[in-house]
Design a protein around this ligand. Structure first.
Ligand code: SF4
Ligand code: SF4
Length: 335
């Protein structure tokens, strides 16, 4: 069953970056320490910031990220505290190295998903993008998490470097026992902006290629009983465009206290909120929230600002498609 997953309007999603440090150096890493900070939040601060968002949005979903969040020695404490505060779900995003014996310090009742990042069906495809040995470590991590009884999701970030190998993922996902599969578009931000200058293949894929490759692979994965989510990316001209910054409650929190509502803004000081002295305050103009209401016929206004080459060319005065909000997803579940 295929459906567009409109933005969750009744529950918030808290993407909580506990630190920006990581043991890997992925070529497309979106972390930008100049903008996001280099500090590691102490557990007291994490606790107070969790309380802040739990009060503002009861029953929201929290996703712990980094850097690599399992490098944080108190991640297990943060997970348990999230449960006590009534967060509806807890996810840990990891590169698979699972530091600090995290699988033995939290339980499947406390963590809804361990979400692993893998960008290829083999070391040959994955490791040049994510680092030598990372395929082995990630797949071993998935197996270990499953053995401990955790639900596991896997994220594949698509670029020109690995789209041709996506079709080899379904059997690997089945073999590993992955419960959910997320396909992502490579982001034009963070480390990508440096590496893309010398690594042509890190580029985003065009619309025709995306539509030709992604839905059939997603359907193949769903036929194995694995739910698949992928970004919609392109809208037909008559489809309704919505900006998540206006209609949904997503918060991307960084260790320097910046809180963004739109991931595309994260390379710039455009955050609309900031945590100061444990209080959430609005930032002065101009920030991302001043951009969200700017309607353009091509769809997402941030695409026009930071990646205008993505915008559709007008043909005979008409646009063949629009650029969807990066947070609009399609989901395929086995019926
Ligand atoms: S993308 Fe994730 S795993 Fe890779 S270097 Fe960045 S934080 Fe680390
Ligand atoms: S990606 Fe575009 S449409 Fe989505 S929140 Fe950001 S500015 Fe709005």
């Amino acid at each position: 069953m295929r459906k567009t997953v409109s933005f969750t309007r009744h529950s918030a999603n808290i993407f909580f970056h506990l630190l920006t440090r990581c043991n890997l150096r992925c070529r497309h890493c979106y972390i930008n320490p100049d903008q996001h900070g280099r500090n590691t939040l102490d557990i007291g601060t994490i606790d107070r910031w969790l309380v802040l968002f739990a009060l503002r949005h009861p029953s929201s979903n929290v996703i712990f990220l980094g850097g690599e969040p399992t490098l944080h020695p108190d991640l297990s404490v943060a997970v348990k505290r999230s449960r006590q505060l009534g967060y509806a779900s807890v996810t840990i995003d990891t590169n698979g190295y699972l530091f600090h014996d995290i699988l033995n310090r939290v339980t499947p009742k406390e963590v809804d998903y361990f979400s692993f990042s893998l960008d290829g069906p083999s070391p040959k495809v994955n490791d040049p993008l994510r680092g030598e040995g990372s395929f082995k470590q990630c797949t071993q991590g998935v197996v270990a998490a499953k053995k401990h009884g955790f639900s596991v999701s896997l994220i594949y970030t698509v670029s020109q470097a690995n789209i041709d190998h996506l079709q080899r993922m379904p059997p690997l996902l089945e073999k590993l026992g992955v419960d959910r599969f997320f396909i992502q578009v490579i982001g034009v931000r963070g480390q990508w902006t440096e590496d893309a200058k010398c690594v042509e293949s890190l580029a985003q894929v065009d619309r025709d290629t995306w539509l030709k490759v992604i839905p059939p692979v997603a359907e193949a994965v769903a036929r194995l009983g694995i739910t698949v989510t992928f970004p919609k990316v392109f809208l037909d001209p008559d489809e309704c465009f919505e900006c998540a910054g206006l209609v949904a409650d997503n918060y991307f929190i960084f260790p320097n206290g910046r809180v963004y509502r739109c991931p595309l803004c994260e390379d710039y000081g455009l955050h609309s909120l900031e945590i100061r002295h444990d209080r959430l305050v609005k930032t002065p103009k101009v920030n991302e929230s001043d951009l969200f209401p700017l309607l353009i016929p091509e769809g997402c206004v941030m695409n026009r600002i930071i990646q205008p080459s993505n915008l559709p060319p007008a043909v005979g005065g008409k646009l063949p498609y629009k650029i969807a909000c990066c947070m609009l997803k399609e989901e395929i579940t086995a019926s």
